[in-house]
Ligand binder design. Structure first.
Ligand SMILES: [Zn+2]
Length: 117
């Protein structure tokens, strides 16, 4: 029993919980203000445009690349680069984490199984 408790510490990157942490750290929130406490409505701090559809839509407005959203005319290049890098990093991070998690589970279960004998 105690070994299972210990191993759950190592498996802290369990699916759902890591996603919540990531959304709290969203760098897009630095460049927008939430309009009237509606989390779906964000105002761009560079051009004061209001976007509906959450923080991801504000980021599309800043970064561009989505034809249905107007690209911000005032967004500095370094902000654009930061948000692009973050999106790429998150995608990479998610892939690496899920692979690592599989390895971790194999390792932990294998180890506990071995210790059980
Ligand atoms: Zn803007």
């Amino acid at each position: 029993m105690s070994e299972i408790g210990r191993s759950s510490q190592g498996g802290a990157t369990q699916g759902g919980s890591s996603q919540q942490g990531a959304s709290q750290m969203d760098p897009g929130k630095k460049y927008g203000t939430c309009v009237s406490n509606n989390t779906n409505k964000w105002k761009c701090i560079f051009c004061m445009k209001e976007t509906n559809g959450g923080i991801s839509r504000l980021k599309h407005h800043l970064v561009g690349g989505n034809t249905s959203i107007t690209v911000c005319p005032n967004c500095p290049e370094h902000v654009r680069a930061e948000l692009q890098n973050d999106a790429a990093y998150k995608m990479l991070d998610r892939q690496v984490t899920s692979q690592l998690y599989t390895y971790l589970m194999l390792f932990i279960y294998g180890y506990n199984y071995y210790m059980g004998f």
